[in-house]
Design a protein around this ligand. Structure first.
Ligand code: CP
Length: 333
């Protein structure tokens, strides 16, 4: 990671080398964790640390995979998921709440509805005499950097015997304007030579101009379309996303779109390349039919599992235990 402090705030802080290294480390952690001795080793390396999981937006996968990742490394966890149970209800600011966490815990993992909140907290803590690392586990409509890491890890594993991610064609489908997972992954894919991205959405939900400008700047090719079926045979990976309608109230809009036009149905499997993959950050609604799950090209349940290993690798790296794990791997596998 390029950032001075070992915070994980946005994907712009990751370079290609870091992505390769963290994916390699996650592979080795996966291998080590297959044995009881390996699990006991992993659980010994950070068992003097404590983590706060401050998740004031709903989550299943990110919360539980971070929880599991901490458990795998022996880190003890506490959580605040409902601010009504904290002194925020008495009028304490969120900033003071999180600063309080930093005095009890060695790591703060946070999901928050406000874009840039994790960055604000990281900067605030950097100026205190007790800074602790902050991991952004999803910030508003803006970024979800650790989801992008697990997505890169999934793409890399999927294309291991096809020359890697470089040169692949990847389609993003759904509510791309408000989907922080798609936004973060699109930014991160600029680290790979020759990729081409397709953004498939109705105009109301097309990818934001900020992301498109970044792609232009990085000379990453992309195409904007609303023709889902035409795009399927052309790509190596399809990244489906759901309608992010939890933002409708704040935005004061509700667009009536035909979701069916942007859904992956069983019949679409015939259009997809034999070695193509279907991804989804989950949760899904109807954008992928359940009948698609049993096809080997459905990668979304593998993504869930990959998320745990990449988060173990991330936390180990933040606490500079990555070299120690690699040494154990070399000596024991
Ligand atoms: N992908 C993802 O962020 O899922 P959760 O909202 O369940 O954490």
């Amino acid at each position: 990671m390029k950032k001075k402090a070992l915070h994980c705030i946005d994907v712009q802080q990751f370079n290609h080398n870091f992505l390769e290294e963290i994916c390699d480390l996650a592979d080795k952690i996966r291998e080590i964790s297959r044995t009881k001795a390996g699990m006991e080793y992993l659980a010994s390396i950070l068992n003097h640390k404590r983590a706060m999981l401050y998740f004031v937006q709903p989550s299943t996968r990110t919360f539980l995979s971070f929880y599991s990742a901490c458990q795998m490394l022996g880190i003890k966890c506490a959580e605040v998921r409902d601010p009504k149970t904290s002194s925020e209800i008495k009028g304490e600011s969120e900033e003071d709440t999180v600063r309080t966490f930093s005095l009890y815990f060695d790591l703060i993992i946070m999901r928050h509805p406000r874009a840039n909140f994790a960055e604000k907290i990281a900067n605030l803590l950097n100026d205190t005499d007790h800074p602790v690392p902050v991991i952004n586990a999803g910030s508003g409509k803006d970024q979800h950097p650790t989801q992008a890491l697990l997505d890169i890890y999934t793409l890399r594993r999927s294309f291991l015997h096809r020359g890697g991610i470089a040169g692949k064609q990847i389609a993003f489908v759904g509510d791309l304007r408000r989907g922080r997972t798609a936004r973060s992954l699109a930014l991160l894919l600029t680290q790979f030579q020759g990729v081409k991205l397709y953004f498939v959405a109705p105009s109301e939900y097309q990818m934001g101009q900020d992301i498109l400008s970044f792609l232009d700047h990085q000379k990453t090719a992309y195409e904007i379309t609303d023709d889902f079926e035409r795009m399927i045979p052309a790509v190596d990976a399809i990244y489906m996303t759901r309608l992010q309608d939890e933002w409708d109230r704040e935005e004061g809009i509700s667009v009536d779109i035909d979701i069916e036009r942007f859904s992956f149905q069983k019949r679409h499997l015939d259009l997809l390349k034999a070695d193509g993959i279907i991804m989804h950050p989950l949760p899904r609604r109807q954008e992928i039919a359940v009948e698609v799950d049993s096809d080997p090209r459905a990668a979304y349940w593998r993504q869930v599992r990959n998320g745990m290993y990449i988060r173990v690798a991330l936390i180990a790296g933040i606490f500079q235990r990555d070299k120690k794990i690699l040494d154990y791997y070399l000596a024991n596998t």
